[in-house]
Ligand binder design. Structure first.
Ligand SMILES: [Ca+2]
Ligand SMILES: [Ca+2]
Length: 328
């Protein structure tokens, strides 16, 4: 499609470099949100760089590699192969069927607001709520380091830290509310403030840096949590948990619809909404949901919460495609 120059800017003529190209499923695509930005490493530049080969614009190309963020946009860096011509079929991401076949039966065939309503009913039925104190031990199970059963993985910093170091002091980990509790002011009584689907272990210092900021791309690098960025009113988590964060926020917006005296939590497309029961920015969250699909760790924690604690699921981990149906 052209030469990406920024998150939402792709140059389609007058190419100035050979280092990056933007791909799309069809040569008529104009929306950068439906493009993949690919880094062209030095060995491929003479063959595929657009400054050297402007005539390749619109031609099919097959690129092999691992999806990651590039220009803060869904992308692929350090490709392991680039060849001219299209593949026979696009690589498909294996979709994991929900472990409980009937759990989502009432949502089947629905979309948009109807889907949201159906999912709200499904995930609000038969829920066990935890005390805030019980959250400590639950997180030691849901977020256990797969490589070390004595540790938990901290959400933003990615650090593996001893379960026994839970607490409120420097060097401890504590209970991060991914949906910041001031956004709706729901506190830590049994309810949204103790809902394991958005609670994660985090370093005390990193937790206070994230504070109650909304989520969005951009800002300065966070020295104590590599890969995270922040500015005055937003936080960008590291790439490996961008989708996790988005799906936790989407869950909260569907789970809490104003019943049981809790606020109606909703996503919006802003940052800095203060104490309103809102969190943004939905455009970044949808992008993150697409670029960081659920992995084994995230699916495992959803299953543990369902089987052992709350008995409800995060539908967006089982069906990440539902996010755009409801929130686009
Ligand atoms: Ca992830
Ligand atoms: Ca809601």
């Amino acid at each position: 499609m052209g030469e990406p120059t920024a998150t939402s800017t792709v140059r389609t003529s007058g190419f100035t470099g050979d280092t990056a190209i933007a791909l799309a499923d069809s040569s008529g695509e104009t929306a950068t949100a439906r493009m993949l930005y690919v880094q062209v490493t030095s060995s491929y530049r003479s063959s595929f760089g657009l400054r050297t080969n402007p005539g390749l614009l619109g031609d099919p190309i097959t690129v092999t590699g691992t999806l990651t963020a590039y220009f803060s946009h869904p992308g692929l860096k350090s490709p392991t192969a680039m060849t001219a011509g299209g593949g026979t079929t696009p690589p498909t991401t294996p979709t994991t069927p929900p472990p409980t076949g009937s759990y989502y039966a009432a949502a089947e065939g629905k979309s948009g607001e109807q889907l949201k309503t159906a999912l709200h009913t499904i995930i609000s039925r038969g829920v066990t709520t935890l005390s805030y104190d019980a959250v400590w031990n639950a997180l030691k199970a849901t977020d256990q380091d797969p490589a070390n059963a004595n540790n938990v993985i901290l959400l933003y910093s990615g650090t593996s830290r001893a379960k026994s170091l839970n607490g409120g002091n420097s060097g401890n980990w504590n209970r991060e509310h991914v949906w910041a509790k001031s956004h709706g002011d729901f506190g830590t009584a049994a309810g949204p403030g103790t809902d394991l689907h958005h609670l994660r272990p985090e370093d005390v210092g990193v937790n206070s840096l994230r504070d109650n900021k909304d989520f969005d791309n951009g800002g300065s690098a966070v020295a104590s949590a590599p890969g995270n960025f922040t500015d005055g009113d937003s936080w960008e988590p590291r790439n490996a948990v961008k989708g996790d964060v988005a799906r936790m926020i989407f869950y909260m917006a569907v789970r809490y619809e104003g019943g049981d005296s809790w606020p109606d939590l909703e996503v919006d497309n802003a940052t800095g909404s203060g104490t309103a029961p809102r969190i943004g920015r939905v455009s970044a969250l949808l992008q993150w949901n697409a670029q960081d699909p659920p992995d084994a760790f995230e699916r495992n924690r959803n299953q543990i919460i369902y089987a052992s604690y709350q008995h409800n699921r995060n539908p967006f981990i089982d069906h990440p495609e539902w996010a755009s149906s409801i929130f686009s």
